[in-house]
Design a protein around this ligand. Structure first.
Ligand SMILES: NC(=O)c1ccc[n+]([C@@H]2O[C@H](COP(=O)([O-])OP(=O)(O)OC[C@H]3O[C@@H](n4cnc5c(N)ncnc54)[C@H](OP(=O)(O)O)[C@@H]3O)[C@@H](O)[C@H]2O)c1
Length: 267
């Protein structure tokens, strides 16, 4: 019997974590979302008594503290696994390389803030808010969903120069994860940055520029791994991520791992 809290559970990979975890009735699953009444999550909760939907915005420290209090009231003050999955990006600048970014204070903040606020500040506030619960849990695992786009060897070998703010924020997340792992090791708490692979979470039909961008990315990813066929589905990504989380031990705490549990097979 395990308990899980997942941030950014309204859609995509976060929602898939919830879907797979609630299927085991012995699990208690806490889905943290900005809007508890929207989307499929409230419908899923109506079918699964072991799913609890909690309001929480990771970029608002008071909101995430209240979410942790609500979680503690449900679980009796403990939590086995925290998955910080929330993410936001400035889509308009995703295709730009660093030398193309503007010489303008506000414009540059608008580009970096969504990713840094969700990934780094959000990761820190979420971890700190839920830490007292994790300390009392039996598994003591904290997972931050990161990306191979923050792996410097991958960047160098594929030549991917775009997605600057997103990748920089996730690289910061990876270092923050390593710092938490160093701090929390004496308490037996494991902290992991986990890349879920290249996953199709687009809702609805993809516009032409997105399809074109996917084609460019596929070629670059194939220069790393010729076996990469394209995006995987959330089902496959999450079932592999859950295996990695299940096997997470002190040896891997502080690392960035792929959904395959290594630092090579990112796709
Ligand atoms: N998809 C991929 O190929 C891929 C690859 C590598 C890494 N990742 C990582 O995997 C994670 C999930 O990706 P995804 O594709 O499923 O993303 P997504 O579909 O864009 O979903 C992002 C989630 O984050 C939530 N969120 C945004 N801002 C938030 C905030 N301030 N507080 C709380 N939640 C917030 C969103 O909730 P709302 O509905 O409220 O906006 C949504 O549930 C992300 O960390 C992403 O960087 C994805």
């Amino acid at each position: 019997m395990s308990s899980y809290a997942i941030t950014g559970a309204s859609k995509g990979i976060g929602q898939e974590f919830v879907r797979q975890l609630v299927a085991d009735e012995a699990n208690t699953v806490l889905a943290i979302v900005r809007n508890p009444t929207s989307g499929n999550i409230s419908e899923l909760a109506s079918k699964h008594p072991n799913l609890h939907v909690i309001k929480g915005d990771v970029t608002d420290p008071q909101s995430i503290l209240e979410a942790a209090s609500a979680a503690a009231a449900i679980t009796g003050g403990k939590l086995d696994v925290l998955i910080h999955n929330s993410n936001a990006v400035d889509m308009a600048s995703m295709g730009s390389s660093p030398s193309q970014l503007p010489f303008d204070t506000q414009a540059i903040r608008d580009i970096f803030d969504p990713s840094i606020s969700t990934g780094i500040y959000g990761g820190l506030w979420t971890t700190n808010a839920f830490l007292p619960l994790i300390e009392k849990g039996s598994q003591k695992k904290i997972v931050h969903i990161s990306t191979a786009m923050a792996d410097t060897t991958l960047i160098k070998n594929t030549g991917i120069s775009y997605a600057v703010a997103y990748s920089v924020a996730k690289a910061g997340m990876n270092v923050q994860v390593a710092k938490y792992a160093a701090e929390l090791a004496p308490k037996g708490i494991k902290v992991l940055a986990l890349s879920p692979g290249w996953v199709d979470t687009w809702e609805g039909e993809k516009p032409a520029p997105v399809v074109q961008a996917d084609e460019v990315m596929l070629k670059q990813f194939q220069s790393w791994d010729p076996e990469c066929k394209g995006q995987i589905l959330p089902e496959e990504s999450v079932s592999k991520c859950l295996q990695v989380i299940e096997h997470l031990d002190a040896k891997d705490s502080g690392l960035l791992l792929s959904q395959n549990g290594d630092q090579l097979n990112w796709f």
